[in-house]
Every structure is written in structure tokens, then in C-alpha cells.
Design a binder for this molecule. Structure first.
Ligand code: KG4
Ligand code: ZN
Length: 340
């Protein structure tokens, strides 16, 4: 079964053709980073206008790269939420228009479900021979959710962030350190030390809850940067040693918060494995440290499948295909779509 997966929930225009939920026949992403980086964050108006420019060429090329004709597609799946409404609308309307013109089944996929199913791409999940239940950590620019996956398409969301998402905290702290956007990869690159003489940043937790909270950690970085005299910027710029030490200590604090809660959830719910997904799962410190600390196998998609992509939508859609009896012509973009 060949499915065209379309993803435009935020600032990446992405399309892929996926066979049987795992084999990646093509996977293309048109990144808008250079349009947004000068603003230090994503501007929704720009994002939707750029999606409009890129989406048709990206879809055409993904079908060409897959070496098939559109006639061979079994379905078109598109992210219909959560995300930015203007961005989601472009993907949803293009998917419906193509589905109508090409006479294909069209349906929506939850963006978080896509991130979870990125673990099935390239047979990664099958090869790791995991059993349900599985603890899934989805950490991105918009989400930090802990989900217990009890079986295919069967989820309990057990924790989420109370304030900033993990990726959002990376992006904000990168700005404090004068680094570029998106902040996650920049902080990872800057964190060239393995230990520092600085006092560690706090690892915030919430009493009697598995929820995450990153705004206090971000504030701790801001307060220290103020005390060290380089924030607000304009006075003394941070030295390269300071940048490396702040980046390492901040990254280590976020990673500890994510790992501790995920391993705790995996233990409490007797999980047989852990899946990571979302842009923050591209972080090498997180990838290494969770694999060292977990006593159950950890499945981590390759980096290009952690950040937003169409392949994950095609993978999730394969598992949803049979329950969708006909095209969802009434499908709308739902910016706050929930997983359960
Ligand atoms: O999943 P994603 O591509 O888009 C959303 O759904 O939000 O995630 C983007 C987020 C950004 O906040 C970015 O800074 C973060 O993922 N990110 C990283 C890394 N690569 C991307 N965070 C930490 N380390 C990385 N290597
Ligand atoms: Zn995402």
C-alpha cells in the first residue's frame, strides 16, 4: 500500500511516499528556516504563504522521487492538527483537492501520532522487536507529551508541559546566548564541553504530577546571564567559554527532566520499551543519555524523521487506513486537535 503523506503544521512543507507504513520511497522537506531566523521564531503569516509556494512542487517531486505515478497511490494523508491554523489549512486543502481530482481516499492524521509512528519507518520498530505497552516521549517546538501506547492507535496521554515546550525552551535560551534559530541544534553545537565549573541549572518538577515545566529553567538561565552581564544583550557579549558552559548545563538540565520523567513513566506503566519523537529527539545528548539510563529498549528514529516530515504521516496513515471508510471531505484544520 502506497500513501502520500503531507505535513504542513508548522514551518516545514513536507511530503513523502511510504509503502506499507515503513518503506520510505521518497521524503522531501522544504525548510523555511531562513525566512524565520531573522525574527528568532516562526511568523505564522510567513509560514502559510511559504507553504503555498512550496507545496505543489514538493508533492510532485515526492511522487517522482518515489518512481511511481500518482495513479499508484492508495491514499493521501495529511496532518490536520495540532499546529498553526494557516499552515494546517494549506496542507488540508491541497490534500482534499488532489484527492478529489485523483479519486483517492483522503484523511487526516494527528501530528503527534505522526511523530510516534516515525519509529516504524525503515523497519526500526519491527527490528527492535518491542511489545506494547510503550512509553512515548514527544518533545518538539510545540509539545512535550508523555504518552503510553497500549497498542496500535491506542493511547493514554499521561503528562504534558505546563508552560514552555522543551524545543521552545531551547529556542528561547539560544536567543539569550546570541545563537541562531532554531535554537536546539545551535545549543547542541555550542555545548562543546563535558563538564563545567558552573553551578548546575535546576531540574524543575511538579509535585504529585508527571507533567513537565521548563519556564523556571529558562528564567534561571536569564537570571544568571543578567548577573554575568551579557543579557539583555548590548553590554558585554558572552565569551565562547561562557556560551559553551551555559549551553552544556542548560541542555543537560532539559535532557535530565525529559529522561527522568520518561523512565519513571515506563516503570510505572510496566512498559516494554520507549519511543522518542519530535524535533528535540534529534538531540545527541538526549539520544545517548536515555539509551544509557533506560533498562528497556529505546527506539529513536533517525534525525530526519524526528523533525517534522511527511514520512511519519504516511507511516501513521497506514495503520489508520482500514478504519477510514471513505474520504473525509469535511476535514478541517484543527489547531488544538487532541490525540485522545
Ligand atoms: O518537531 P519539530 O520539527 O517541529 C514542531 O512540531 O515543533 O521540532 C522543532 C523543535 C525546535 O524547537 C528545535 O529547536 C528543536 O525541535 N530541535 C532540537 C534539535 N533539533 C531540533 N532541540 C534540541 N536539540 C536538537 N538537536
Ligand atoms: Zn512536530
Amino acid at each position: 500500500m502506497k500513501i502520500l503523506g503531507i505535513e504542513t503544521s508548522c514551518d516545514d512543507t513536507a511530503a513523502a511516499v511510504i509503502e506499507d507504513g515503513s518503506k520510505v520511497l521518497s521524503n522531501l522537506v522544504a525548510s523555511q528556516t531562513n525566512m524565520h531566523e531573522r525574527y528568532g521564531g516562526i511568523i505564522p503569516e510567513i509560514a502559510s504563504r511559504e507553504h503555498l509556494n512550496s507545496i505543489i512542487p514538493i508533492i510532485n517531486k515526492s511522487i517522482d522521487d518515489a518512481g511511481i505515478s500518482y495513479k499508484e497511490l492508495d491514499a493521501i494523508a495529511v496532518t490536520n492538527g495540532p499546529g498553526l491554523s494557516g499552515s494546517l489549512l494549506i496542507g488540508v486543502n491541497v490534500a482534499k483537492s488532489l484527492g478529489y481530482a485523483w479519486d483517492k481516499k483522503v484523511f487526516g492524521i494527528n501530528h503527534l501520532e505522526g511523530h510516534i509512528y516515525s519509529a516504524w519507518l525503515d523497519d526500526l520498530f519491527e527490528d527492535s522487536k518491542l511489545d506494547f505497552p510503550i512509553a512515548c516521549l514527544i518533545a518538539s517546538g510545540g509539545h512535550t507529551d508523555l504518552i503510553i501506547m497500549k497498542g496500535h492507535l491506542d493511547y493514554d496521554v499521561i503528562a504534558r508541559t505546563r508552560d514552555d515546550a522543551a524545543g521552545e525552551a531551547f529556542d528561547k535560551v539560544a536567543r539569550v546566548l546570541g545563537l541562531g534559530f532554531p535554537g536546539g541544534p545551535e545549543i547542541q553545537k555550542a555545548a562543546t564541553v563535558e563538564e563545567t565549573s558552573m553551578q548546575s541549572f535546576p531540574r524543575p518538577s511538579i509535585k504529585d504530577s508527571m507533567d513537565f515545566s521548563f519556564s523556571g529553567l529558562k528564567t534561571a538561565v536569564v537570571r544568571k546571564a543578567e548577573a554575568d552581564g551579557f543579557y539583555p544583550s548590548g553590554k558585554i557579549p558572552p565569551t565562547s567559554t561562557q556560551i559553551a558552559e551555559y549551553a552544556f548545563e542548560f541542555q543537560d538540565a532539559v535532557v535530565d527532566c525529559l529522561i527522568d520523567r520518561t523512565i519513571e513513566a515506563s516503570n510505572i506503566y510496566n512498559c516494554h520499551g520507549i519511543i522518542l519523537g519530535g524535533g528535540v529527539a534529534a538531540n545527541s545528548h538526549l539520544r545517548n543519555k536515555i539509551s544509557e539510563k533506560s533498562n528497556v529498549p529505546v527506539v529513536i528514529p533517525k534525525i530526519s524523521f524526528c523533525t517534522d516530515n511527511g514520512a511519519m504521516i504516511g507511516a501513521a496513515a497506514y495503520h489508520r487506513f482500514n478504519e477510514i471508510l471513505s474520504s473525509d471531505w469535511d476535514m478541517d484544520a484543527i489547531p488544538n486537535l487532541s490525540l485522545t
